[in-house]
Design a protein around this ligand. Structure first.
Ligand SMILES: *Cc1c(COP(=O)(O)O)cnc(C)c1O
Length: 354
């Protein structure tokens, strides 16, 4: 039997997606060729890329609103520098919210391009909350935030309005909840947390914010070039794009983002209720900022660690160890994780308290 997969990333994909992907590796579309041995310029693959890009815009409710969806490479980490390259004016300035290790890495890269103002940081409490009430400087070209902090288990519930462009790293909660996605000018996400296998990076960008920096941008780092070539400026990560397309189709069939949001809320409520009511556990993140994707918690009595770990293993629970910078446990409950898996974890927590 398959394990309950709470891995933070790369992470769980729907079983039916894995099945279809494995079939396409051997015989794609009944063409008697593998998906990964045909030209990315073949009509069959061009159709995959088109469908994947269209599904992205459809699921985010951004169709016909002037946005492009791109499948690139280099991970979310490359977007840390592509964002300033494409949006920060020569001699310009950007504002960043520091909510964790990924934000910090984005800040480090942006500093190579110009003036970076950190509007607020939750580093003082090892990033267990989301700062609020900060101000975005009026002269910032863009404001950058991280919607979900995978390591610490915090999630932004609302996003600031300002005159600057709004840029968001949504690597670990894209497609997990309903938002007005048109408030963002640029969204990026590595595929491997909530969309597909590692190797593809999703970028959704409003076309008219590009081309205004006065910078000379190398082709591979220029969003406008990737847009003009429909994500085929060079060979795209064909397998990762195909599996992402299958996952997005699976999501659409489930009722899209609104449909999965209900399930994600139910999973998070089930686990957080147990964390709050079971005296042997304590949540790490501030309650109002808790993530519905990554729940972080610790044992109140460390001597129970071996017993709890053994119970988890016996129940087939995988991937719930916390990140080394937080410790304790982290249960990642991405879209493809079924409610039954969360129930299995909750059962083990109850058993420990018997
Ligand atoms: C995992 C993660 C990243 C890094 O993604 P890569 O694709 O490995 O570069 C960036 N931001 C967030 C929020 C993440 O969870």
């Amino acid at each position: 039997m398959k394990k309950h997969n709470f891995s933070a990333g790369p992470s769980i994909l729907p079983q039916e997606v894995l099945q279809k992907a494995s079939e396409a590796i051997l015989n794609f579309n009944d063409e008697n060729l593998s998906l990964i041995e045909i030209s990315h310029r073949s009509p069959a693959f061009v159709a995959v890329m088109e469908k994947a890009s269209n599904l992205v815009l459809e699921l985010l409710n951004l169709e016909n609103k002037g946005y492009s969806a791109l499948f690139l490479q280099g991970g979310a980490s490359l977007e840390f520098l592509m964002t300033p390259y494409n949006l920060m004016k020569e001699g310009g300035k950007a504002a960043y919210l520091d909510t964790g290790a990924w934000s910090s890495k984005a800040i480090k890269e942006a500093k190579l391009f110009g003036d970076v103002e950190i509007v607020a940081s939750s580093k003082d409490k090892n990033y267990n909350y989301i700062p609020k009430g900060f101000e975005i400087p009026v002269d910032a070209d863009y404001f950058h935030c991280t919607s979900n902090n995978t390591i610490y288990g915090t999630q932004m519930k609302s996003f600031p309005k300002s005159d600057s462009l709004l840029v968001c790293d949504m690597s670990s909660d894209i497609f997990s909840r309903s938002l007005d996605f048109s408030q963002f000018d640029l969204i990026y996400a590595g595929a491997q947390k909530n969309m597909g296998p590692a190797g593809a990076t999703l970028v959704v960008v409003k076309d008219d914010v590009l081309g205004k920096t006065g910078r000379k941008i190398p082709s591979m780092l220029d969003y406008q070039i990737h847009i003009s070539k429909d994500s085929m400026f060079n060979t795209p990560p064909v397998f990762a794009v195909y599996v992402s397309m299958l996952t997005l189709q699976w999501l659409k069939n489930l009722g899209g983002v609104a449909g999965i949001e209900k399930i994600n809320n139910a999973k998070a409520a089930l686990l957080y209720d147990e964390i709050d009511s079971n005296p042997l556990f304590k949540g790490v993140a501030e309650k109002e900022d808790r993530s519905n994707m990554n729940a972080t918690f610790v044992l109140t009595d460390e001597t129970l660690k071996d017993k709890f770990d053994a119970l988890c293993k016996a129940a087939g629970l995988s991937g719930i160890n916390g990140h080394r910078s937080v410790g304790g446990y982290r249960a990642s409950m991405y879209n493809a994780l079924p409610l039954e898996s969360v129930q299995a974890l909750v059962n083990v927590m109850k058993e420990l308290n018997k």
